[in-house]
Design a protein around this ligand. Structure first.
Ligand SMILES: Cc1cc2nc3c(=O)[nH]c(=O)nc-3n(C[C@H](O)[C@H](O)[C@H](O)COP(=O)(O)OP(=O)(O)OC[C@H]3O[C@@H](n4cnc5c(N)ncnc54)[C@H](O)[C@@H]3O)c2cc1C
Length: 376
C-alpha cells in the first residue's frame, strides 16, 4: 500500500543504479518516482583495459544510459550533481538546474586521488574517470605511429596499476614494438598471494614491464624524479595512485570513512541522514569495508531498489552484507589474465576467457534491456 508519494533522485548511473532502473515499475507501484541524473554514457570498467590495449574497439565498453532510462520510463537529466543543500533538500546540477528531492541515492563511483599529481612539466594521465583513458590511448598511438615505443611510467603498485601497465604494453606489442614500462610503487605489492605476484612479475618482466620501489616527487621533460635522487625515464606518466570519492560526497557534511567515502549502514543509508543513500565506490558500509569493484554495486542493486520502494510503502528496510570473498580478474593485455579469489589464483588464457564472458555478458545484458539490437 502506498503511504506517501516520494521523489527519489538517482545520482550517477553506476553499477547499482543501472540495476535499479530495471525495478522502476516496482518503485512507481510503491509510490516512488525515480529521476536519474547522470552523464548520458557509462564507461564500463571491466572492459576499459581491453579497449586500452586494443583488444576490443572503444564502443564495446560504452553503454547508452539515456536509452536504458527511457526503456524503463525513468526521466533522465544528462548532468552531474555538483552540490547538495540537505536542509532545503535540493540538488544543484552541472547544467545550472536545481532539483528537489525527498531522498537521494549516490552511485557516482570514484576519481583518482588528485593529491598524487606531481609538480613539474608534462601531461599526466589519471586512470579515473575512465573517459580520460581515450586521451592516453591517443597519445600512445601518436608515439607508435612514429615507430617509437615511449617510456611509460605507471605510478601506483596496486592491481589497477599493474593492469593498466599490462594493457599499455599490450598496445605497444600490437604495434610490433617492445614495451618499455615501469610500475612505480611505494612498497612491494601485497594485494595477491605471494606465488601469484611472483609469477605475475616474471611474465611481465619478460614483456618489458618492470617494477620499481620508490616515491616520485617531481618531473621534468622525459623523466620522473624520486625522493632518493634517482631519475626514471618517462614520456607518458599514468597515475593509478588510489581512488577517492568525488568531492560532492565530502561536501555533504555527513560522516565519512577514513578514505573519504560516505559512511553508510547496512540499509545503504548515510549514518548521518536517512534520506541520503549511497552505494559502490563512493560509499563504505561501516564495519564491512571493501576495495573498489563493480561487483559490490551489482549485488547491492536489488536491496537498494527494495529500500527505495519502502520509502513509499513504509515497509521495513532490508540490509545488504557484501560478500567476504569475490572474484577479480586482471586483463594482462596479451590474451591472458590473472584471476584472484581469496587465496585462489590462476594465470593464463582461461582466466581472461572467463573475464570476457562475464564482462561482455554484463554489458550485452544491459544493452539488450535498453532495446539495442546486438550484432555480434
Ligand atoms: C582501469 C580500471 C580498470 C578496472 N577494472 C575493473 C574490473 O575489471 N572489475 C571491477 O570490478 N572493477 C574494476 N575497476 C574498478 C571499478 O572502476 C570501480 O570499482 C567500479 O566502476 C565502481 O562502480 P560504481 O558503480 O561505484 O561506479 P562507476 O562504475 O564508476 O559509475 C559511476 C557513474 O557515476 C557518474 N558520475 C560521477 N560523478 C557524478 C555526479 N556528480 N553526478 C552524476 N553522475 C556522476 C560517472 O560518470 C559514472 O558513470 C577498474 C578501475 C580502473 C581504473
Amino acid at each position: 500500500m502506498i503511504r506517501a508519494r516520494v521523489r527519489v533522485v538517482l545520482a550517477g548511473a553506476g553499477h547499482a543504479h543501472l540495476g535499479v532502473l530495471k525495478h522502476a515499475g516496482a518503485l512507481r507501484a510503491a509510490g516512488v518516482e525515480p529521476i536519474l541524473v547522470a552523464p548520458p554514457t557509462f564507461h564500463y570498467s571491466g572492459l576499459a583495459t581491453a579497449v586500452l590495449s586494443g583488444a576490443l574497439p572503444p564502443g564495446r565498453a560504452l553503454l547508452d544510459v539515456a536509452a536504458l532510462a527511457a526503456r524503463f520510463g525513468v526521466p533522465h537529466l544528462p548532468a552531474e550533481v555538483r552540490a547538495v543543500d540537505r536542509g532545503a533538500r535540493r540538488l544543484h546540477l552541472s547544467d545550472g538546474r536545481d532539483l528537489a528531492y525527498d531522498a537521494v541515492s549516490f552511485n557516482i563511483g570514484s576519481i583518482t586521488d588528485a593529491g598524487s599529481d606531481l609538480p613539474g612539466e608534462g601531461e599526466t594521465w589519471p586512470v579515473k574517470p575512465l573517459s580520460g583513458l581515450a586521451g592516453l590511448r591517443a597519445r600512445l598511438d601518436d608515439h607508435l605511429a612514429d615507430g617509437v615505443s615511449p617510456s611509460i611510467l605507471v605510478a601506483g603498485g596496486g592491481p589497477t596499476g599493474f593492469e593498466v601497465a599490462a594493457a599499455l604494453a599490450g598496445r605497444v606489442e600490437r604495434a610490433g614494438l617492445s614495451p618499455r614500462v615501469l610500475i612505480l610503487g611505494r612498497s612491494a605489492p601485497d594485494w595477491a598471494p605471494d606465488q601469484a605476484l611472483e609469477r605475475l612479475s616474471a611474465v611481465l618482466q619478460r614483456r618489458g614491464i618492470l617494477q620499481v620501489s620508490g616515491e616520485a616527487t617531481s618531473r621534468r621533460p622525459g623523466e620522473v624524479l624520486l625522493s632518493d635522487g634517482r631519475a626514471l625515464p618517462c614520456d607518458l606518466l599514468v597515475l593509478a595512485t588510489g581512488l577517492r570519492a568525488p568531492g560532492v560526497i565530502a561536501d555533504l557534511g555527513l560522516p565519512l570513512s577514513e578514505d573519504a567515502r560516505l559512511a553508510v549502514g547496512p540499509t545503504l543509508q548515510s549514518t548521518g541522514d536517512p534520506r541520503v543513500f549511497a552505494v559502490g565506490d563512493c560509499a563504505v558500509i561501516t564495519g564491512s569495508p571493501r576495495p573498489p569493484a563493480g561487483v559490490f554495486g551489482v549485488r547491492a542493486a536489488p536491496i537498494l531498489a527494495r529500500n527505495l520502494a519502502a520509502l513509499g510503502t513504509g515497509a521495513p528496510l532490508a540490509t545488504y552484507a557484501p560478500q567476504s570473498r569475490w572474484l577479480s580478474i586482471l586483463d594482462l593485455g596479451d590474451g591472458t589474465g590473472l584471476a584472484l579469489r581469496g587465496r585462489f589464483w590462476s594465470l593464463g588464457r582461461g582466466a581472461l576467457m572467463l573475464k570476457r564472458r562475464l564482462d561482455l555478458g554484463f554489458v550485452d545484458g544491459l544493452r539488450a534491456a535498453s532495446g539495442e539490437v546486438l550484432e555480434d
